[in-house]
Design a protein around this ligand. Structure first.
Ligand code: COA
Length: 331
C-alpha cells in the first residue's frame, strides 16, 4: 500500500473502576474457590463499576489522560473511535457522548464492535485515515463493562471478566517514521455461538412478557481451543509480513483472557516469559480495554522500555482476531 503519511502512537493510558471484587468475594456468591479461579485463569481480582461510574466515565478519564500526555487539544482531534461491545447505550454511540464531554467538537465519531479484538481492529481502522492523509489526530478508546452482562449466579463465566478502559492518541508523521509496522485482521463467523451476548429477547408480540436478562454465554473449552489455534498462526503470519523473527520482538501483549492461554501461547511461540506482559491477575479479562491496560501496566512496571517493538494480539467474540506490530517510543 502506498503510504502518504506514517502513524505515531503518542500516549497510552488506562482507567479502572474503584470497586475491587476479589475471588474470595465471589466465594460468597456461588460455589467456587479462590484456588479454582486462580489456577484455571490466573485471576485474583477484577474491578467493576459502581457508585455512578460507567463506560463513559472511564472512557473520559483515560481519554483526558492520553490527550494531556500527548499535549493535544481536544479541538485538534479529527476522529474518535470507541471500540466496545458493551456500550452504556445502544445510541447515542459512546464516541459521540465522549466527544461532548471532551469538547472535541471537530471530531467525527463512531463506535467499533469487535469484542476483545476491538483495540487491534481500532488501530488498523485509525491507521487507514492517517495513511491517506484524511485525518491527522485520532483518539482510540477501548472500553468494556461486562459486569452488567454477567449472570452473577453462574460461576463458569462470571469469574473471568472485569471492567476497564484504555486509550491512545494516534497522529500522523512522515511516512518514513511510521511506527505501525503492519497488521492482520481476521474473522470467522461463530456459527456455533460459542461466545455470545444477546440483545434480542423482546419482540413486538412478546412485549408483555417479562424481559429476560441478557447475559454472556460461553463455551469455555471451544474458546480456549480457538485461541490456541489462531494466536500462534497469526503471529507467524504477521512476523512474515513485516519480515521479523520472534526474537526481534521486545514485548508480546496478548489479549488478557486467561493466564493459561498466555502461557500456552508463549510456550508455542518460544518467546521468553520476560518478554510477555500480563496484568490479568489484578484486572481479569477487560475485553477491548485489555491490550492498552496491559501496555500501561508494562510501562509503569518498566517492563516496556523505549524504543520497543511490540507484538499486539487480540482475539474474541465474532469470532474475531488480529495482530499488529508497533515499533514506538512509548510514553
Ligand atoms: C472457562 C475456563 C477457565 C474453564 O476451565 P476448564 O478447565 O475448561 O473447566 P471446565 O469448564 O471443564 O469445568 C471443570 C469443572 O469445574 C467446574 N467449574 C466451572 N467454573 C467453576 C468455578 N468458577 N469454580 C469452581 N468450579 C467451576 C465445572 O462445573 C466443571 O465441573 P464438573 O467437572 O463437575 O462438570 C476455560 O475453559 C477457559 O479459560 N476458556 C477460555 C475462556 C475465555 O478466555 N473467554 C474469553 C475469550 S475473549
Amino acid at each position: 500500500m502506498q503510504k502518504n503519511y506514517g502513524v505515531k502512537f503518542l500516549s497510552f493510558s488506562g482507567a479502572l473502576p474503584s470497586k475491587v471484587v476479589k475471588n474470595t468475594d465471589l466465594e460468597k456468591l456461588f460455589d467456587t474457590t479462590d484456588e479454582w479461579i486462580y489456577t484455571r485463569t490466573g485471576i485474583k481480582e477484577r474491578r467493576v463499576v459502581d457508585n455512578g461510574e460507567s463506560g463513559l466515565s472511564l472512557s473520559l478519564q483515560t481519554a483526558k489522560d492520553s490527550l494531556n500526555k500527548a499535549k493535544i487539544d481536544p479541538k485538534a482531534i479529527d476522529l474518535i473511535i470507541v471500540s466496545t461491545a458493551t456500550p452504556d447505550k445502544l445510541y447515542p454511540s459512546m464516541s459521540c457522548m465522549l466527544q461532548g464531554l471532551l469538547g472535541a467538537s471537530n471530531a467525527a465519531c463512531f463506535d467499533l464492535s469487535a469484542a476483545c479484538s476491538g483495540f487491534i481492529f481500532g488501530i488498523a481502522t485509525a491507521s487507514q485515515f492517517i495513511y491517506t492523509g484524511q485525518y491527522k489526530n485520532i483518539l482510540l478508546v477501548g472500553v468494556d463493562i461486562h459486569s452488567r452482562f454477567l449472570d452473577w449466579n453462574e460461576r463458569s463465566v462470571a469469574v473471568l471478566f472485569g471492567d476497564g478502559a484504555g486509550s491512545v492518541v494516534m497522529s500522523s508523521c512522515m511516512a518514513k517514521d511510521d511506527e505501525l509496522m503492519g497488521f492482520i485482521l481476521r474473522s470467522e463467523s461463530d456459527t456455533k455461538l460459542d461466545l455470545t451476548l444477546d440483545n434480542e429477547n423482546v419482540t413486538f408480540s412478546q412485549f408483555k412478557n417479562q424481559i429476560s436478562p441478557n447475559f454472556v454465554k460461553m463455551n469455555g473449552k471451544a474458546i480456549y481451543q480457538f485461541a490456541l489455534r489462531v494466536v500462534p498462526e497469526i503471529t507467524n503470519q504477521i512476523l512474515d509480513k513485516v519480515n521479523l523473527s520472534i526474537d526481534q520482538i521486545d514485548c508480546l501483549v496478548l489479549h488478557q483472557a486467561n493466564q493459561r492461554i498466555i502461557d500456552a501461547v508463549s510456550e508455542r511461540l518460544n518467546i521468553p516469559k520476560s518478554k510477555v506482559l500480563s496484568n490479568i491477575q489484578n484486572v481479569g479479562n477487560t475485553s477491548a480495554a485489555s491490550i492498552p491496560l496491559a501496555i500501561v501496566d508494562g510501562i509503569k512496571s518498566k517492563r516496556i522500555k523505549s524504543p520497543c517493538k511490540m507484538l499486539l494480539i487480540g482475539f474474541g467474540a465474532g469470532l474475531t482476531w488480529g495482530a499488529s506490530i508497533i515499533d514506538c517510543n512509548i510514553n
